[in-house]
Design a protein around this ligand. Structure first.
Ligand SMILES: Cc1cc2nc3c(=O)[nH]c(=O)nc-3n(C[C@H](O)[C@H](O)[C@H](O)COP(=O)(O)O)c2cc1C
Length: 335
């Protein structure tokens, strides 16, 4: 099934009009904006990423950016003093929790906003291939975001923009705006557009809408809507009550979605994310029909003590990166 590096052209791997350095990318948000403000406290980025060459990934996907800065359910400050740390960690525990075989999160699009990203972070990630994730609550907001990226980033300089219309912790019904977003934002973009699909929405329909609207690729899947309660009190563990489940627990769901998209005749390139940790996970997703695979919470997130092993975990990530960048899965995927 797996063919060798010869399938790659000099620029990397082509998925339709999207050029990646190879078929292994990182999932939205797990590596923040691709760079941290302090090397000691990699706020917003997985500590594991400090020991991994991010410029060698197919692309690094940013956290979802909105037209204005948003606290969401957490915080966008990164200047906490030591004494404020316990309060910060408590808030962190209300937006991200480990659960059996995965994580539930409800950050609620906590981000610095598109202007600050393009000004303060993007210029420091020029050595990386980037996918910029955009999120909004109307077609107008998506148009504004696409226009801002067009104005700041010449065509070809990033791999794509990814439209996040499938997040569970901003409490918004994206089906009410999806068609308008596709009609209005996609044709304006100077960059290839990826649509991120939710396993909780009608993803087959959404994929067909995307193909008609000129979207270049799909990312499957976003987190699965989930709930955790304190068993003693019945209180929700997450500040937003509901959150998104990610990690090992959702790998079979991600595989199902990718496979069903292919069975339904969807031909757009698919970037798969959902519980991927090992080279075999990647192989499974390629067999199911994915063209690229994305590392998310199963590799980048850990318990606090677990982060002490970040350098070791990074060695594993490097191995996966080496293996996937050597391979090309099947002829259809070579766009
Ligand atoms: C802490 C956390 C924050 C996330 N934030 C975003 C986000 O801002 N935008 C987005 O499109 N997806 C976001 N996701 C979803 C991931 O990009 C990914 O689609 C999902 O976690 C499934 O992949 P995984 O199981 O490999 O983590 C987030 C996931 C986690 C765990």
């Amino acid at each position: 099934m797996l063919r060798t590096r010869d399938d790659h052209d000099q620029d990397g791997v082509r998925l339709g009009d999207i050029v990646l350095r190879n078929r292994l990318v990182t999932s939205s948000s797990l590596l923040g904006y691709g760079v941290a403000n302090s090397p000691l406290v990699p706020y917003g980025m997985s500590p594991v990423s400090m020991f991994v060459p991010l410029e060698e990934f197919g692309a690094v996907t940013t956290r979802t950016l909105t037209t204005e800065p948003r606290e969401g359910h957490f915080s966008i400050r990164d200047d906490y003093r030591l004494g404020e740390l316990p309060g910060l960690l408590k808030r962190y525990g209300r937006v991200l929790r480990g659960t059996d075989g995965g994580w539930v999160n409800a950050f609620g699009w906590c981000n610095v906003g598109i202007e600050a990203y393009l000004r303060d972070y993007y210029p420091r990630t020029r050595d990386q291939r980037t996918i910029i994730s955009l999120g909004g609550f109307s077609a107008e907001e998506f148009v504004t975001l696409v226009d801002r990226v067009n104005a700041a980033v010449p065509a070809g300089e990033i791999a794509a923009v990814e439209l996040n219309v499938s997040c569970h912790n901003v409490n918004f019904d994206f089906s009410t705006i999806l068609q308008d977003v596709l009609d209005e934002a996609v044709p304006r973009s100077d960059h290839p557009v990826i649509l991120k699909l939710s396993p909780d929405n009608d993803y087959l329909r959404n994929a067909r809408q995307a193909a008609k609207a000129g979207v270049s690729a799909l990312t499957a899947i976003n987190t699965v809507k989930a709930l955790r309660l304190d068993p003693r009190t019945g209180e929700p563990l997450l500040a937003n009550r509901y959150g998104g489940l990610s990690g090992r627990a959702i790998k079979p769901i991600g595989l199902r979605v990718v496979s069903e998209l292919r069975e339904a005749g969807v031909t757009l390139p698919i970037i798969a994310t959902g519980g991927i940790r090992t080279v075999d996970d990647c192989r499974e997703y390629f067999w199911a029909g994915a063209d690229a695979v994305s590392l998310g919470s199963a590799v980048w997130l850990a318990s606090y003590p677990g982060y002490a092993l970040a350098p070791l975990r990074a060695l594993h990530v490097r191995r996966v990166l080496r293996a996937v960048s050597r391979y090309s899965p099947h002829p259809r995927a070579v766009g």
